[in-house]
Ligand binder design. Structure first.
Ligand SMILES: *Cc1c(COP(=O)(O)O)cnc(C)c1O
Length: 345
C-alpha cells in the first residue's frame, strides 16, 4: 500500500514552518534564549512550549506501548482529526466514508474542509455494513471513519468486520478509540505494524478525566505521523496542558480505579433502566454512557431538565428514534438519576 499516493500533492510539497524551538533544541536552563522574541522575565509560562512535546510523548508512548515516531499529539482529538482531513483529502474532489449514527465531528470537519461525506448507516445492531461500505467506495474515497466503541450507540465493532475493512479499503482507516478504556475489546494500536493505512485516535478527555486541557493523540505508522507532524501548528499543545497531562499520568492507579468504578456503575444503572416502563430498549454499552430508547424522548428529556439533570437527546440521529444518551456519573449522581427516573409520570 502506497501511503504517499494518498497524500495531497500540496502537502507532500509543503515546507513546514520551523519554529525557534525547532531550530535550536538543545534546551538547557543555563542557556540564554534570545531567539524567540519571548518576554525574558520568568513566570513559568513566558517561554514557548516544546513543539514536539517530548517529555509527554515519552510518557504516553510507554503507557500505550508505541514508539515515539508512531505518536502525534493534538489540541484534543478534534485537532488530530482535522489534520488527517487536511493531509489526505483534496477539497471539492475527495470523499470520506462515515457510518451514522456516529460522532458528529467527522461530518462537521468534512463540511468545513469541503469534502463529500458518503454515509453508509450501521446495521440494525449498530455494526458496520461491510458489503455496502466496500460497494460505495470510489477512487476518491480517502478516509473511512470507524468509531469503536461508537458514540452514541456505545457498542464496539466486531473485530472481524474491522479487519476486513482494514484489508480491503484502499485508503486511510481511522479508528476512533475515545472510549477504549471502558471497553472489553482490545485497542487496534497493537496492530499498527500490520496495517500501514491505520490511524488510531485516543484522548485524555474521557477515561483520563482531562477534557478541559484538550489533549488528543493519533497513533499510526511513522510515515503517516511524520506528515501529520509537519503540518500541525508549531505550538499546538500548550505548556499548561503538557504539564497537567504529565502530572496525571504519574498516577495511573487513580485512573484505573475510576474506570473500574464507572464500569461497575454502568452495570447498576443499566439494571435500574431495565426495570423502567417508559424505557423501551437498553442498548449494551462498552463505553461510559448508555443509549436507551424511551416512549417519548423529547418529553422525557424536558422532564429531566426540570429536575436539573441534563442528558443528550439523540432522537434525531439515524436508527436512534426516541433515544437518549446517559453518561455514567458519580455513584451519587447515578442514584439521583435513578430516583428521579423512577418518579417520572
Ligand atoms: C469525546 C469524543 C472524542 C474526544 O474529542 P477530544 O477533542 O479529544 O476531546 C473523540 N471522539 C469521540 C467519538 C468522542 O466521543
Amino acid at each position: 500500500m502506497n501511503i504517499q499516493k494518498l497524500i495531497r500533492p500540496n502537502i507532500l510539497k509543503l515546507k513546514p514552518y520551523a519554529s525557534a524551538r525547532d531550530e535550536f533544541k538543545d534546551f538547557k536552563k543555563s542557556m540564554t534564549f534570545l531567539d524567540a522574541n519571548e518576554n525574558p522575565f520568568e513566570t513559568g509560562l513566558n517561554r514557548y512550549p516544546d513543539p514536539q512535546q517530548l517529555a509527554l510523548k515519552l510518557q504516553l508512548s510507554s503507557i500505550k506501548g508505541c514508539n515515539l515516531n508512531q505518536l502525534l499529539l493534538g489540541n484534543g482529538s478534534d485537532e488530530v482529526l482535522d489534520l488527517i482531513f487536511r493531509t489526505f483529502c483534496e477539497p471539492g474532489k475527495d470523499n470520506v466514508i462515515l457510518l451514522p449514527p456516529t460522532y458528529g465531528m467527522y461530518e462537521v470537519l468534512a463540511d468545513l474542509n469541503n469534502i463529500e461525506a458518503i454515509k453508509i448507516p450501521l446495521t440494525s445492531d449498530f455494526q458496520p455494513n461491510v458489503t455496502d461500505i466496500l460497494e460505495a467506495v470510489n477512487s476518491h474515497s480517502k478516509i473511512l471513519f470507524l468509531c469503536s466503541p461508537n458514540n452514541p450507540t456505545a457498542n464496539s465493532f466486531e473485530a472481524k468486520s474491522v479487519e476486513e475493512l482494514l484489508q480491503k479499503f484502499k485508503g486511510i482507516v481511522v479508528i476512533d478509540e475515545a472510549y477504549i478504556d471502558f471497553s472489553e475489546s482490545e485497542s487496534w494500536r497493537s496492530r499498527l505494524a500490520e496495517f500501514p493505512n491505520l490511524i488510531v485516535i485516543q484522548t485524555l478527555s474521557k477515561a483520563y478525566g482531562l477534557a478541559g486541557i484538550r489533549l488528543g493523540m493519533g497513533m499510526a505508522s511513522p510515515e503517516i505521523i511524520q506528515v501529520l507532524n509537519s503540518i500541525k501548528p508549531p505550538y499546538n499543545v500548550n505548556q499548561l496542558t503538557q504539564q497537567k497531562a504529565l502530572n496525571k499520568l504519574e498516577n495511573l492507579e487513580v485512573i484505573t480505579n475510576q474506570i473500574q468504578l464507572i464500569k461497575n456503575e454502568r452495570i447498576r444503572v443499566l439494571s435500574a433502566f431495565k426495570k423502567m416502563n417508559f424505557i423501551t430498549k437498553c442498548f449494551p454499552s462498552d463505553a461510559n454512557f448508555i443509549l436507551v430508547q424511551v416512549d417519548d424522548a423529547n418529553r422525557r428529556y424536558q422532564q429531566l431538565i426540570e429536575k436539573e439533570i441534563v442528558v443528550r437527546n439523540r432522537s434525531k440521529e439515524p436508527l436512534c428514534d426516541n433515544c437518549l444518551r446517559f453518561t455514567i456519573g458519580t455513584p451519587d449522581e447515578n442514584t439521583k438519576l435513578i430516583t428521579v427516573l423512577n418518579f417520572l409520570k
